[in-house]
Write a protein that binds this ligand. Structure first.
Ligand code: ADE
Ligand code: ZN
Length: 326
């Protein structure tokens, strides 16, 4: 349709996606076969059929099971390359990618192999597609702060190739406060920071992310709407929120897209962006997310352009780089 090609043609960003959550079903089967592993599913359709979630934890269980197919440097290169090609075809001009190395290192993949595969595919995408792309290292909040500190030490050799430090995983019961020292350490070492907050957790977690962790961006952040003072502060400080509408729908943060708070968030002056999170699991890349919002929330073209511009403004790039993206 006209609107679909209009959205696809806009120079978009994807500022919140997880490399290990971007493995398309067929690639997951191929990687499993290559590594001599047997999955619980024999076909891509069967695997896709398993993408039904009640909440964040039910998704994380499947996501971490899927992570097991990523073992070698070539695996990390292939999955990163496949995502970046799709993103480019989707009209994304700037992609900021999370990867959470902890589970891979635990299973014996050297961090060098993971980084070399991911960074190699990123460099190839810059060259072949002219894509602007940055890597963010994410720690797991269901692990300890000491584990996160170890991760921070381990990634220092790649410091100049990492645009930010983030944190994901099971939110409820693992508040930002648990990682206050870790985020301070990351900031002290010169990293930008971002954190998943207010996806399933309460507004108080978004408040902690802002006050205790002093992050540059919030991933999701939906729950902030319950606290008007917090909304005002996020809006005035122009703290970007990387919202992921199809993710929220599929993890039952909202019962139907028509009830998604995106439009309310915009109306309250929040710096909201639209992102894919884990595209195959949730049924779409950035264009599908924007289209789903437009259809359910009756977004105007002006609002769609605003969301896309917000993404460009929220990207972890220099002013010079930002101007080159348009
Ligand atoms: N890891 C991958 N996707 C995530 C999400 N939506 N929330 C928390 N952790 C995640
Ligand atoms: Zn996420």
């Amino acid at each position: 349709t006209d609107i679909e090609s209009f959205i696809r043609g806009l120079p978009k960003t994807d500022l919140h996606m997880h490399i290990e959550g971007s493995i398309e079903p067929q690639l997951m089967l191929d990687l499993a076969a290559r590594n001599g592993m047997k999955l619980r599913w024999d076909t891509a359709e069967a695997l896709r059929g398993a993408y039904q979630f009640d909440n964040l934890q039910s998704f994380l269980d499947l996501y971490f099971e899927g992570c097991k197919v990523l073992v070698t440097e070539g695996d990390f290169r292939d999955v990163t390359r496949a995502y970046l090609r799709r993103a480019h075809e989707d009209g994304v001009v700037r992609a900021e990618l999370f990867i959470g190395p902890q589970s891979f290192i635990e299973r014996g993949t050297p961090l060098e192999a993971l980084m070399s595969g991911v960074l190699g595919a990123m460099q190839e995408a810059r060259r072949e597609h002219g894509l602007s792309v940055g890597l963010m290292i994410s720690v797991h909040r269901h692990r300890t702060e000491a584990d996160a500190m170890v991760m921070l030490d381990q990634i220092m050799p790649w410091k100049d190739q990492i645009i930010a430090i983030g944190m994901g995983g099971a939110e409820i019961g693992n508040p930002p406060a648990k990682f206050a020292r870790f985020f301070k350490a990351a900031r002290d070492r010169g990293f930008r920071t971002t954190v998943h907050a207010g996806e399933e957790g309460p507004a108080a977690y978004v408040r902690e992310a802002l006050d205790l962790l002093q992050v540059d961006r919030i991933d999701h952040g939906n729950a902030c709407l319950a606290d008007p003072d917090l909304v005002r502060e996020l809006a005035m400080r122009r703290i970007p929120l990387t919202v992921c509408p199809l993710s929220n729908l599929r993890l039952q943060g909202v019962t139907e897209m028509a009830r998604h708070p995106l439009k309310t968030m915009m109306a309250q002056g929040l710096h909201v962006t639209v992102n894919s999170d884990d595209p195959p699991y949730f049924g779409g890349y950035v264009t599908e997310n924007l289209l789903a919002c437009r259809d359910a929330l009756d977004l105007s073209l002006q609002e769609i352009v605003r969301l896309v511009r917000n993404g460009l403004e929220a990207a972890f790039v220099t002013t010079e780089e930002r101007e080159m993206l348009l």
